[in-house]
Write a protein that binds this ligand. Structure first.
Ligand code: ADP
Length: 164
């Protein structure tokens, strides 16, 4: 599936090793990967859009065909405007499936050229979520196995502030 560009959307609040696994695998399969950081996620984010973008940029620094962009609005329209061929999503469990399946069909209706591709989560990171990282980190727990090493300290420091 070369010569194709794909988008990995998410709130990334903050980036986890689960996100990085999906993005890394997508970067090996496709020519260019856009990581779209949602500006107005329905959940009120803990990290600001600037923080989430900066952490993600650092996490993907070694991946030359990955670009981090901010995103708001309808993904199907964004993909049409930027000539993006497919959305790549990570599937952790059956619980992810129903919502993702619904979104994939809706996006296809809005933009029939747009495919949604699901990558199964890695067995080492399938339990991971940003909310779990926030919860553990804000109580001073060790998040060393959950987030990319290069951004670990910054995430820890920021989450500690929440309980100060
Ligand atoms: P979260 O659910 O952690 O708040 P996001 O909304 O930022 O995550 O997720 C963005 C994308 O990353 C979604 O497609 C989601 O399925 C995927 N994803 C999140 N965590 C993991 C993980 N641990 N393994 C694989 N994919 C994941």
């Amino acid at each position: 599936m070369k010569n194709k560009s794909v988008i990995c959307p998410g709130s990334f609040d903050p980036v986890t090793l689960g996100h990085l696994d999906i993005i890394t695998r997508a970067s090996k399969m496709f020519d260019s990967v856009y990581v779209a950081v949602l500006i107005n996620s329905s959940k009120k984010p803990c990290f600001s859009i600037e923080e989430r973008m900066a952490l993600m940029r650092e996490a993907v620094e070694g991946l030359s065909n990955v670009e981090v962009v901010r995103f708001d609005g309808l993904l199907a329209q964004y993909c049409r405007r930027h000539k993006i061929d497919a959305i790549v999503k990570g599937l952790r469990a059956v619980s992810d499936f129903e919502y993702e399946f619904q979104m994939a069909i809706a996006n296809k209706k809005l933009n029939p050229q747009l495919e949604t591709i699901f990558l199964t989560a890695d067995s080492d990171s399938m339990y991971l979520s940003s909310s779990m990282v926030r919860e553990i980190g804000s109580y001073g727990g060790d998040i060393g196995n959950f987030v990319p090493a290069c951004v670990h300290d910054r995430i820890v420091e920021r989450l500690r502030q929440i309980h100060q």
